[in-house]
Design a protein around this ligand. Structure first.
Ligand code: ADP
Ligand code: MG
Length: 700
């Protein structure tokens, strides 16, 4: 069923209405009345005749017809009874404001389940329980106790916290931000965030979908559907709290580096969601998306009446990775004609401290007309001659003349600019507290544009030997063995097109020397035990062994020393392996998030990865572009490209490795975690080698 009845009901019943001011049952009726809801409002309470001047009904049946929407504020123990009554009368949409359900523990959970069962049986949709309600300013519907209805606007908001919603409304009111809808979702027993985001995406009044979420109910569906919505409308989310995925003890590097927040970062990237770290920044971005066109490019021009703030803005542009617009000769000539001789006619354009509105206006219009300018930040400080209100009007006029270009204002000050700021906001030119905030907003907008224009995702499929990998995985599952050790992990990798060093297991020093002779020197030796995951930690790896004698000594030393350190480890022998020379050590890995699926990791540093923590994550399946993007997000990316005469490595070969890993973990949902560490990469044209690997599997 669509959620229309929640947003545009013709009649609303308030079950549990109260005459007593301050009680929620009273405040909801009062809010509906004060908001001038044009439809019928039916207070329901057997112990009252009248609430807020409206006739009160003893029960829903007495109303005589089914209201479109029922708001339930009765204590939890009566909620199920009211739900049944809703079912009998034919109410299809219910908001349960009352708290005391799932959030208080098993007892509350039982009541909530009971309500949900009735809802499912009777075809009733439920928002809540434990929520603040719903506000639709355009319909004059205030079915909430969140206070006065906000202004009508274009932001649709979903909040998982009722208390925060009141703060959001207050901030919005102070900043002239309006809403199309505002929904507090509470425990989301039935209607969840995704359904509401979808409803807002379909709603013509809503230009920007925003929200505060603590959890996401169905991660996989969320990513798929929001990716489609983001293509059309920006989705701005604040996300707090962890996924719980990190709680499980991880045995791989990837697992331990994938913190609680990683999954959210990864899925937000995929779905084009703009993540906000505060309500403040969320509104900074929202007002720009609502009122301003998306920037056509990254070239920013600044117009200011003060040198210092002009430089601050220029610095922010540089820091945020945007481009400083270069004005054309034509523009410079026009500015020279119209501005005093002392003015700076280059970006940042300084119209000087005595600039009156007309000077601002002509400069802004000239700069906006420049084909090399995508967006403009207008900075103002209230100096002796400055007319903030007049300048605000001038900016609005100039902006009206260039509807395709993004224009943001940054009036610095307090009381002197307060009125002008309100004028700007209401006129559709967003105002920012600092140049940094304005420029950050431009950056966010330009990232969103880039995301929308991203190439179509094509996931390349490599020819692989799936069957071979499957045999190994299944054998481990059958035997209940979680960890697939190095040798067999590498067999799986080879089946998926990775190159691994040759090697064999020796069970005596003589045999080790024989194997080394066959492989050719130098060789590497590694302790071979299903109980030892990180071999070098226990002295179980020796590299650069150059002679049979060194090999035999290394063998004896390992099988003598390691059992002393780890008396319980079952040691099967020593792996003698080809040594790969040169190259850079990186790690490729995967950690499967229970909600969102396989998170791929790329990181620098091989064994030192957990120290450096220079890693990037992405959701599988991955495309070639996304794999390259992952590499470029690490701090050490320049090392991969080559710096200061140091030769770089074959970046596309690493990207291919990530894509092959992606194909493997997508094909085998049983693979829970894995590391290829190190993955040794050499110069352009060379083939990387998966030197060490471990995979852990679990029955699905
Ligand atoms: P573990 O991760 O269990 O400690 P590895 O097999 O990854 O063991 O070996 C540890 C380190 O030894 C690697 O990061 C790499 O620097 C080096 N190493 C291991 N095997 C080879 C090899 N075949 N060629 C070159 N270096 C190797
Ligand atoms: Mg390793």
């Amino acid at each position: 069923m669509s959620l229309d009845l929640f947003f545009d009901p013709k009649s609303v019943a308030v079950v549990g209405a109260s005459r007593q001011k301050g009680k929620v049952g009273h405040e909801i009726v009062a809010a509906l009345v004060a908001g001038k809801f044009p439809g019928d409002v039916f207070p329901v309470n057997p112990n009252a005749d009248e609430v807020e001047g409206l006739k009160c009904y003893p029960n829903l049946k007495e109303i005589g017809s089914a209201p479109d929407l029922a708001v339930i504020v009765v204590p939890p123990k009566f909620a199920a009874g009211v739900m049944s009554e809703c079912g009998q009368v034919g109410v299809k949409a219910v908001i349960i404001i009352t708290a005391g359900f799932k959030e208080i523990g098993p007892e509350g959970k039982k009541l909530e389940d009971e309500i949900l069962q009735i809802a499912r049986r009777s075809g009733i949709r439920v928002i809540g329980p434990n929520c603040l309600g719903v506000m639709v300013p355009g319909k004059r519907l205030n079915a909430s106790f969140g206070g006065e209805l906000p202004e009508i606007g274009a932001v649709g908001y979903v909040s998982q916290s009722g208390a925060l919603m009141t703060a959001i409304l207050d901030i919005a009111r102070a900043n002239d931000i309006g809403f199309s809808t505002m929904v507090s979702i509470g425990n989301k027993a039935d209607v969840d965030e995704l359904e509401l985001i979808n409803a807002m995406a379909r709603d013509d009044q809503t230009k920007v979908v925003a929200g505060y979420l603590e959890s996401i109910t169905d991660g996989d569906r969320f990513v798929r559907q929001v990716e489609i919505i983001s293509q059309d409308k920006p989705v701005l989310l604040i996300k707090s709290g962890g996924t719980g995925a990190g709680a499980k003890a991880a045995s791989s590097h990837t697992g331990s580096l994938a913190g609680n927040e990683t999954a959210y970062e990864v899925i937000f990237d995929r779905a084009g969601i703009i993540r906000c770290d505060s309500v403040r920044t969320q509104f900074d971005y929202a007002q720009a998306f609502v009122h301003q066109p998306l920037p056509g490019g990254q070239r920013v021009a600044v117009i200011t009446n003060a040198g210092g703030p002009g430089i601050m803005t220029a610095d922010a542009i540089e820091r945020k990775g945007l481009k400083f617009a270069e004005l054309t000769e034509d523009t410079i000539a026009k500015l020279t004609d119209n501005l005093p001789a002392a003015a700076n006619v280059h970006n940042p354009v300084d119209v000087l401290g005595d600039a009156l509105p007309d000077r601002y206006e002509s400069a802004i219009a000239t700069v906006l007309a420049d084909p090399g300018v995508d967006s403009v930040v207008v900075v103002l400080t209230p100096q002796a001659m400055t007319d903030p209100d007049g300048t605000a009007e001038a900016i609005l006029r100039a902006a009206g003349g260039a509807p395709d270009k993004t224009i943001l204002a940054c009036f610095l000050g307090g009381q002197k600019i307060a009125r002008a700021v309100g004028m700007l906001r209401r006129g559709g030119v967003p105002q920012y507290e600092s140049p940094e905030n304005a420029v950050t907003t431009l950056r966010v907008m330009s990232d969103y544009v880039a995301w929308r224009n991203r190439p179509k995702r094509v996931v390349k499929l490599f020819p692989v030997n799936r069957r071979k990998a499957e045999q190994i995985v299944e054998r481990h599952l059958r035997r209940g063995v979680r960890e697939i050790a190095e040798m067999e992990s590498k067999d799986i990798l080879e089946a998926y097109g990775f190159v691994t060093p040759k090697g064999m297991i020796a069970t005596s020093a003589d045999q080790a020397a024989d194997i080394a002779d066959q492989l050719g020197y130098p060789v590497v030796m590694k302790i071979w035990s299903p109980d030892i995951i990180h071999k070098s930690d226990v002295g179980g790896v020796k590299v650069g062994l150059n002679s049979p004698q060194q090999v035999m000594d290394a063998y004896d030393l390992m099988v003598y020393r390691i059992p002393k350190k780890l008396p319980d480890a079952d040691i099967h022998g020593v792996l003698v392996q080809e040594m790969c020379k040169g190259g850079m050590e990186v790690i490729l890995g995967m950690n499967r998030d229970p909600h969102f699926g396989p998170l791929l990791m790329f990181g620098m540093g091989g064994v030192t990865v957990e120290v450096l923590k220079d890693v990037a994550f992405y959701l599988a399946p991955i495309t070639a572009e996304e794999a390259r993007d992952m590499l470029s997000r690490t701090k050490a990316y320049q090392l991969l490209e080559g710096v200061r005469g140091q030769e770089g490595v074959d970046i596309s070969a690493i990207a291919e490795g990530i894509q092959r890993l992606s194909q493997l973990v997508t094909a085998f949902p049983e693979i829970q975690e894995m590391d290829i560490n190190p993955f040794v990469v050499g110069p352009e044209g060379s083939t990387p080698v998966a030197v060490d690997a471990r995979i852990s599997v679990e029955k699905r």
